[in-house]
Structure formats: C-alpha cells, structure tokens
Ligand binder design. Structure first.
Ligand code: MN
Length: 245
C-alpha cells in the first residue's frame, strides 16, 4: 500500500486495498468525511501547459463539488466509513436510490485525487519518460514509450463527451490503457462492467472533461493532451505501479 503524504488531511483511515491514504479522513463528528486535498504544487506551477485559473476552478469548484455531493449522498449510510477507493470498488453495495450520486461524486473525488498527484511542474518532476520497472512494463505492453503515448492519446481524444483516459496495472504487473465516461473509473468494474474499462488499478489518469482544458485550449482537446505529457509525474506513477502490481 502506498500512502501519499498526509499534508493536512487529518487522521486517515486507509484499508489495505487503498491506493490513497488520502481517500477518507475521520473526524469526531463523523461529518464531511471526504475532504478536498491540497495540490502538491502551486496553482500556476503547471503553466504554460495547464493555466492557474483552470487549476483554481477545477479543484476549488469542480472537485470540491464532488467532495460535497459524495458526502451528502453517503451521509447516514454504512458506506460513510469507507474510503473513496472502497466506495468505487464496492459500488454494487450502495443503495439503488443513491447509486447515481455516489457513482458520479465518489468517482469524481477519487479520479481527481489521483489526477493532482500524478502531475508535477514541467522540468521539475513533470515530463520525461518512465524508467525502471514501470518503463519496462510499458515497453512490454506497447512496444515503446512512443507506442504507449499514441495509444493513450487515442483513448483521451477518442472519448466522446466527458471522461477520462487511464493507464492501469493488473495484478502481476501488466499495464493497459483504457478510457471511461463521466466520472466512472476502472475500480467500478464489479458494478458497472464494461463501462469501467479494463478494470485494473489506475496509476495515471487524464481528465478530458471540457472543464479541464476549455479556458486555455477551447475545443482543442488534442493540443491539451499533447501538452499534458510535459507535466506527468513519472516518479509518482512508478510508485503507484510498484504498490499496485
Ligand atoms: Mn475534472
């Protein structure tokens, strides 16, 4: 299990299955159990590839709304004690009347928590190429890093409407690329089947909702995808690969 730096998340309850120790915080009132994570860099640190205003609105408004609405949907249910990863993995157990809200909002919280962590300022942890075991796994699956980037970019640009592109690891260490719609993710395989993509553990995710790029790139999603390689934190992705394979 990999526990991300706790920063100011408070007391963390993480299960062995969690990628993120950040997923669920506990407090005495047992209210607002999910909290909005801080960015591990300044809002303007990913410029010029992702602008500060986009980062501010994306995390402060969009991600924050997922946190608020996930908490609201889970309040008073046994799932209010679960991490976001557990909620995604055990979505089938969520009562039918809450399923839609939980799928969208706990999914949104988990997806964005990963997204912030797998980016870093260009040239200061962002960009470059994966090395070590992850680099080898990518070469084995896609032939080369260039082959991987092509497949991932195709998943990101080919996703119709809103959604995500993912690099996932399966147990045993095989990596795969897939994409999902809306705030679905591969952790939801049990509940949503093929809509969850490959069903592996996401170790890299790219948000291709218009809210992630429209201020700077307008309709040019492919330009956003191309620029985004400059801010991918391969060290972090490698750590997630090591902990999840
Ligand atoms: Mn988003």
């Amino acid at each position: 299990m990999l526990v991300f730096p706790l920063r100011n998340y408070g007391k963390v309850s993480a299960s062995e299955n969690d990628v993120f120790g950040i997923s669920r915080t506990c407090n005495l009132e047992n209210t607002m159990p999910f909290t909005l994570p801080n960015l591990p860099y300044a809002e303007n640190a990913l410029e010029p590839h992702i602008d500060a205003k986009t980062m501010e609105i994306h995390r402060g408004k969009h991600h924050n709304a997922y946190v608020t609405n996930a908490n609201k949907a889970l309040e008073g249910t046994p799932m209010s004690e679960w991490s976001a990863e557990q909620v995604c993995r055990r979505l089938k157990e969520v009562p039918a009347d809450k399923m839609g809200a939980v799928r969208n909002n706990a999914g949104g919280h988990w997806n964005h928590s990963l997204f912030w962590e797998v980016m870093a300022p260009p040239g200061k942890g962002g960009g470059g190429e994966p090395s070590g075991d992850l680099g080898a796994a990518i070469n084995a699956a896609f032939g080369s890093f260039a082959g991987f980037k092509e497949k991932f970019a195709a998943a990101a640009t080919g996703r119709f409407g809103s959604g995500w592109a993912w690099l996932c690891v399966q147990k045993g260490g095989k990596v795969e690329v897939c994409s999902t719609a809306n705030q679905d993710n591969p952790l939801m395989k049990d509940a949503i089947g093929d809509a969850a993509g490959c069903g592996g553990l996401p170790i890299l995710g790219l948000d291709v909702w218009e809210h992630a790029y429209y201020l700077n790139y307008q309709n040019r999603r492919p330009d956003y995808v191309t620029a985004w390689w400059n801010v991918v934190n391969w060290k972090k992705v490698g750590e997630l690969f090591a902990s999840g394979k």
